[in-house]
Write a protein that binds this ligand. Structure first.
Ligand code: PEP
Ligand code: MN
Length: 297
């Protein structure tokens, strides 16, 4: 990655000393149960936008595990732009995610929307997600410092990479260095896609920060037909994994059905990914350092 370094980036990001790449720490692994994010494996998180029912989450968990995902996603607390949209099942949704973990062995990633949610979400989840609308919610970021769980920090839809790393630094300063950065598309003048996937964010973040970088092609695209090709792009530019929306019946989903893959589409996408992952195989095998666990796990 050294060849990709631009001297400007170093000055811009080096003040975020806990998350910036240094001579002694160039690449970190975030350990989640027996999964290593940022290591040799490309880690796929998949599942519905929102947990809707026991049947929906258990069926999806089984299907994504079978296709090779290691982590189940599913929102219980949903940050919706519209007050009229489905707001999620709350704690009931967390309990269903726990059931799905027991049934499949998948780890769980789910969102906490406010500092008041952090304790209960951390009780059920293996990774706590910070949504795009919350990237600068400093009370939430600080509460994550002591939550004892790794964090998936999504880039704000109008945030620069500097602002993303600033938020990561806030979490790290609060005591939790186990952070995964997530590029999920940013708002631009383009309207053909829901957001614009900033694919360059991946190599830039990998060049300036030691943290793992995950790509969310679903919220970037807004349309399911683009998800497999954006996932391949993420693999080729060196992302450490994906977070992808999958639903048993996307046309009936209570949220984000247009961008959710069916089980068979997800399976096919996973099967087709390997040649693209092979392109980055050597850089994935550089020896990373394991980030220390803050608090109990
Ligand atoms: C989600 O993951 O379903 C979600 C709401 O994502 P974002 O915060 O990136 O919009
Ligand atoms: Mn969604």
């Amino acid at each position: 990655m050294a060849a990709l370094m631009n001297p400007k980036w170093n000055g811009q990001f080096s003040c975020f000393d806990l998350v910036a790449k240094t001579d002694t720490c160039s690449r970190s692994v975030v350990q989640v149960r027996d999964i290593e994010i940022g290591g040799n494996d490309f880690v796929v998180m998949a599942g519905p936008c929102a947990v809707e029912s026991e049947g929906q989450i258990l069926q999806t968990a089984g299907a994504v595990a079978e296709a090779g995902a290691q982590i189940l996603r599913g929102g219980a607390f949903k940050p919706r732009s519209s007050p009229y949209a489905f707001q999620g099942l709350g704690v009931e949704g967390l309990k269903l995610l726990q059931k799905a973990r027991e049934a499949t062995g998948l780890a769980i990633v789910t969102e906490a929307m406010s500092e008041e949610d952090v304790d209960v979400v951390a009780e059920y989840a293996d990774i706590v997600q910070v949504g795009t609308r919350s990237m600068e919610n400093y009370a939430l970021l600080e509460a994550l410092g002591a939550c004892g769980r790794p964090v998936l920090l999504k880039r704000g839809m109008t945030a620069t990479l500097e602002e993303l790393l600033r938020s990561a630094q806030v979490i790290a300063m609060a005591g939790n260095s186990r952070i995964n950065l997530c590029e999920r598309g940013i708002r631009t003048f383009e309207t053909a896609t829901r957001n614009t996937l900033d694919i360059a964010a991946v190599p830039v973040l990998k060049a300036v920060s030691h943290l793992p970088v995950i790509v969310d092609p679903s919220h970037a695209a807004g349309v399911r037909s683009l998800v497999p090709i954006l996932s391949r792009a993420a693999a080729v530019v060196g992302a450490d994994g994906l977070i992808v929306e999958v639903h048993p019946q996307p046309e009936k989903a209570l949220s984000d059905g247009n961008q959710s893959l069916t089980f068979s589409e997800f399976h096919r996408m996973m099967d087709d990914l390997q040649p693209y992952l092979d392109i980055q195989r050597d850089s994935r095998q550089l020896r990373p350092q394991l980030l220390a666990v803050a608090g109990a796990d």
